[in-house]
Design a protein around this ligand. Structure first.
Ligand SMILES: Cc1ncc(COP(=O)(O)O)c(C=O)c1O
Length: 478
């Protein structure tokens, strides 16, 4: 059907069409909306004209008018996510007076691709295809949402994926199992390469991906490498675009809601780079508050600076985003969380889980899970391990102690931080309209069922009296 000439990997692939075209009933994406038209011609990655379906097609890209000065501008984007993701009011309990919280459901950006990573992948995959790649290499934790999203996106485009996944020394020689993100990765045929945390810490993500790249090149493959979390300057466009999407949603359906704040989790920095730059440059002008789940704010101010410098934005990261610590290690094994540096409060893993459970019970929204592991790494790896929802299993090997969590929630922790901050500084938030970005991560929840079991009740054997007479209804089973 389409582009089979491009297939380079053996056997099965040649019998498959390169795209799983489906009929999309979604509204047009913001980046091809009438107000900011993308070139409307829809292309598959081999250049063939496609039907007018939008999903899984490559398009030329035109940035929002307020971002045209950024450089380089991507030439193309792949439609991989289900966009726009909905925004709805989030009826959280105990908000400060007249504070309204809205939820941007990026967890609904697509089933296997769900979460924030897919927005970055739309741009990264377009570049991969433009460069003629036949496989994708990326790297992350054993339950990396980014790696799962990459594996699915690659398969949608009929590319192979190679995932370097970091796990503990005792597990590195074993089958990693099928829990959570691993199930999806293995179902879609990702090639999984396990490394120990010690190897990861010693060699670093960049060198590890290079080693694999060299090997694949020698085998005649054409790999494209995506860094941890998809957080480079190109990936940043994903959340610049998200700001355009939010702007359009507000114009269309907000009944005049003007956002004051955006709250979001930060794990590898790309999401906050795009959101804060877009909000600063565009009409939104909402203040972006990031809760970092790894390393510390200084690290992320610098990292975000690098990403936006890579786009020649000419702005200072400290002017456009406020980054708060989401978790701080106390001693070596316990940790406590902060909603802002200096405003500490004790919180342990079961409190986090309880919070996630309570939010789900109160509002129906399931945030992402806690990961917990044995501390075993150097701090250095924390800074580069930030593709969560993973285990930030970090210990400072005889170094000066620096804060880093043993376990993290990602959007769950950011929501916890926001609620705590609101509780302790109600005046700061009173009357404000806040958009919380739910960045996904639900699949990882399945890795935590044992820890969550004590938190959920609500079941019992139904009391059925044998004398109740039978009456058939719809859908009778027997
Ligand atoms: C579920 C989830 N939310 C938020 C983040 C943070 O996004 P970013 O890596 O772009 O900082 C990540 C990954 O790090 C994630 O997996």
């Amino acid at each position: 059907m389409l582009c089979s000439a491009k297939l380079t990997s053996p056997s099965l692939r040649s019998s498959l069409p390169p795209f799983n075209h489906s009929i999309s009933l979604l509204k047009p994406k913001s980046c091809c909306s009438q107000s900011q038209p993308m070139q409307t011609q829809t292309q598959t990655h081999d250049g063939a004209n496609a039907l007018s379906f939008d999903f899984l097609t490559k398009k030329s890209y035109a940035p929002p008018s307020w971002a045209t000065h950024l450089n380089p501008t991507p030439s193309h984007v792949f439609s991989l996510a289900h966009l726009p993701t909905p925004i709805h009011k989030w009826n959280l309990p105990n908000l400060p007076q007249n504070t309204e919280v809205y939820l941007k459901r990026d967890d609904l950006s697509g089933m296997q691709l769900s979460g924030n990573k897919v927005r970055k992948l739309e741009f990264l995959m377009a570049e991969a295809v433009a460069q003629g790649a036949d496989c994708i290499i990326t790297i992350g934790g054993i339950q990396s949402n980014h790696c799962r999203a990459t594996a699915v996106a690659a398969k949608y485009l009929n590319l192979d994926s190679y995932l370097i996944l970091r796990t503990s020394k005792v597990l590195v020689d074993q089958d990693p199992g099928l829990t959570g993100n691993l199930l999806v990765e293995r179902f879609v045929g990702a090639n999984i390469q396990l490394v120990s945390k010690e190897e990861y810490a010693r060699i670093g993500s960049e060198a590890l991906t290079n080693v694999l790249k060299e090997k694949l090149l020698k085998e005649g493959r054409r790999p494209y490498v995506i860094p941890v979390g998809g957080s480079n300057s190109l990936g940043t466009w994903g959340y610049i675009e998200a700001i355009r999407e939010i702007e359009e949603q507000l114009q269309i359906s907000s009944n005049g809601v003007k956002l004051d704040d955006i709250v979001v989790a930060c794990g590898s920095g790309g999401t906050i780079a795009g959101l804060s730059l877009g909000s600063w440059l565009g009409a939104l002008k909402a203040k972006v508050h990031a809760f970092c789940v790894c390393d510390d704010p200084d690290y992320f101010y610098d990292y975000v600076q690098g990403l936006i410098d890579g786009l020649q934005a000419g702005v200072n990261s400290r002017d456009i985003v406020s980054i708060l610590n989401a978790a701080v290690m106390v001693g070596h094994f316990g940790y406590r969380s902060f909603q802002a540096k200096g405003l500490g409060y004790a919180m342990n893993t079961s409190e986090e889980l309880k919070f996630v459970k309570e939010i789900a019970t109160a509002t129906g929204v399931v945030l992402d899970p806690v990961y917990r592991g044995k501390p075993c790494l150097s701090l250095k790896s924390c800074a580069c391990e930030h593709d969560v929802a993973i285990i930030y299993e970090v210990l400072y090997l005889g170094q000066k102690s620096r804060p880093c969590p043993v376990s993290v929630l990602v959007s769950g922790k950011a929501a916890y931080g926001m609620m705590k901050n609101m509780g302790e500084n109600p005046k700061k938030w009173e009357g404000r309209k806040v958009l919380f970005i739910h960045t996904g991560g639900l699949l990882g929840l399945f890795d935590k069922v044992d820890q969550m079991a004590p938190l959920v009740g609500n079941w019992q054997r139904m009391d059925v009296n044998e004398s109740v007479p039978r009456k058939d209804g719809i859908g009778k089973m027997f």
